[in-house]
Design a protein around this ligand. Structure first.
Ligand SMILES: [Zn+2]
Length: 474
């Protein structure tokens, strides 16, 4: 039954205002509504989604090369064309291929552009030279037949997109920019020089942990990311380094936590080949003084959250890369999820014991025969979207109904891309809502939190009966 208080509420739209609040640690911009609960009443609000209140200390992106700056600011007349085809231009210069199955059918209709992948996602790299009769691809383009490099690069995309839609002068300029600034391009060019000098048996070793301190601001040099090995060598002690042979005809996977994983796939976002995630990134000194803070290294999810912030003191190349941002976000999320799945796979002995403690649940799952309990992988209820997660939430909902009675309303809240907060923010850079999925998600989350707060305060529907007991999942 709806309370009469509902009739008294203010029907005007509640605008959050501008995204003009600043995290005082690394300058990430927020809406006031996104502040932490502990600073709700404060005129100096605190934010945590960017850097965990200063605990994450990752170098900001350096200013990109002049060409990218001009494209980003619109000074270059090819700016509009570049951002329309940014995924193509990025793939043209990428050193690795994306292993996930990209579903292009989603973009056939008139809806906004989407990036959808299915199956297991991974990045792969081939040999230094293509096999006989094959065209060079990805990193091989930096080494093989470089006299016709622009034509080779553009030739790959002539089938997928109209060749005439790509700008040859832009390809040329991007190639020069990457040659001058990207540490991986310099490395592969070195290989080309050796092969052109007649050295046949050569291999490239991409280091996993020989990089400079990941908390450092300095740009890496060629010797820190890779080594050129001439002649035969024993690769048994290479650890997690990647060895790329001259010509072996197969693709090898790049481990997802290899420091070169993202810079090799996104040369436009990481034009210098730096800014990578490394497991050795430590928390800041502030957190070491915090007695409750036990963790040692920044997780990949936290690193991505730090990167996906808009800052007044950063060039914001990543979040303004439009369709490339979509690809980056999907790619990173698949990495985060596969990391979680790997975590649970290695802790099955703990999870299984927990599962089998509930006899009813084991029977529901079909584990009545001991022989069927083989190599099945169990996902615990803490894995969002998993079967046990859904089951537990359903049980919680049923328990609440049993204790407090059935609900009067079942409310579903969806994001409206025309909300003024979203439109104002994306208009600042001339973007569309689908090109800034982070903004849409953040506004929806803030509005949902506001809605829940209003309900709990009892303004509209009276006192909340089960508010302190419910677990709200987003
Ligand atoms: Zn911050």
């Amino acid at each position: 039954m709806v309370s009469v208080n509902m009739l008294l509420f203010n029907s005007e739209y509640m605008d959050f205002g501008e995204m003009d609040r600043c995290c005082h640690h690394y300058g990430a911009l927020f809406w006031y509504a996104e502040r932490l609960a502990m600073s709700k009443q404060s005129s100096n609000p605190k934010f945590s989604k960017c850097c965990l209140q200063g605990k994450i200390s990752v170098p900001l992106f350096p200013s990109p090369p002049v060409l990218l700056q001009n494209l980003l600011s619109g000074i270059d007349p090819r700016s509009r064309h570049f951002f329309e085809h940014i995924r193509t231009y990025n793939s043209m210069f990428a050193f690795t291929s994306l292993g996930g199955k990209v579903d292009a059918n989603m973009n056939d209709g008139g809806g906004p552009s989407q990036f959808v992948i299915s199956g297991q996602n991974y990045h792969r790299i081939g040999s230094l030279l293509p096999t006989e009769g094959q065209k060079p691809k990805f990193a091989q383009l930096y080494i093989y037949d470089t006299k016709n490099e622009v034509a080779n690069r553009m030739g790959h995309f002539s089938e997928r997109s109209s060749r005439s839609s790509l700008d040859q002068s832009l390809v040329n300029d991007l190639m020069k920019m990457i040659d001058e600034s990207n540490v991986f391009a310099k490395t592969f060019r070195r290989v080309r020089d050796h092969i052109e000098d007649g050295v046949e048996n050569v291999a490239l070793r991409l280091f996993h942990n020989r990089h400079q301190n990941p908390n450092s601001y300095n740009l890496p040099n060629v010797d820190e990311v890779a080594a050129l090995i001439v002649g035969d060598f024993d690769s048994s002690d290479c650890g997690r380094d990647i060895i790329i042979r001259t010509q072996n005809g197969y693709l090898q996977r790049i481990p997802k936590y290899h420091v070169s994983f993202l810079p090799l796939q996104y040369p436009i976002i990481f034009p210098y080949g730096n800014g990578k995630y490394a497991k050795g990134i430590s928390f800041s000194i502030e957190s070491t003084n915090d007695c409750d803070w036990k963790r040692e290294g920044v997780s990949f999810r936290e690193w991505v959250a730090f990167r996906l912030q808009e800052r007044g003191n950063e060039c914001n190349m990543l979040i303004r890369s439009r369709r490339l941002l979509q690809k980056f976000v999907v790619d990173c999320y698949s990495m985060i999820e596969s990391g979680r799945l790997f975590f649970y796979r290695n802790r099955q002995h703990i999870i299984r014991r927990e599962v089998l403690s509930g006899i009813q649940e084991a029977i529901d799952r079909g584990d009545t025969n001991a022989a069927t309990i083989g190599s099945r992988i169990m996902l615990p209820s803490s894995f969002t979207g998993g079967r046990r997660y859904m089951f537990n939430n359903c049980q919680d909902a049923m328990a609440i109904c049993k204790a407090f009675g059935y609900p009067d309303l079942f409310i579903t809240m969806t994001c409206n891309p025309k909300w003024p907060e979203i439109e104002r923010q994306i208009a600042k850079h001339g973007l569309s809502t689908y090109e800034r999925p982070d903004i849409a998600c953040r506004v929806l989350r803030a509005k949902l939190d506001q809605l829940m707060a209003d309900f709990r305060k009892g303004e509209f529907f009276g006192k909340t009966m089960a508010g302190t007991l419910t677990f709200v999942s987003y």
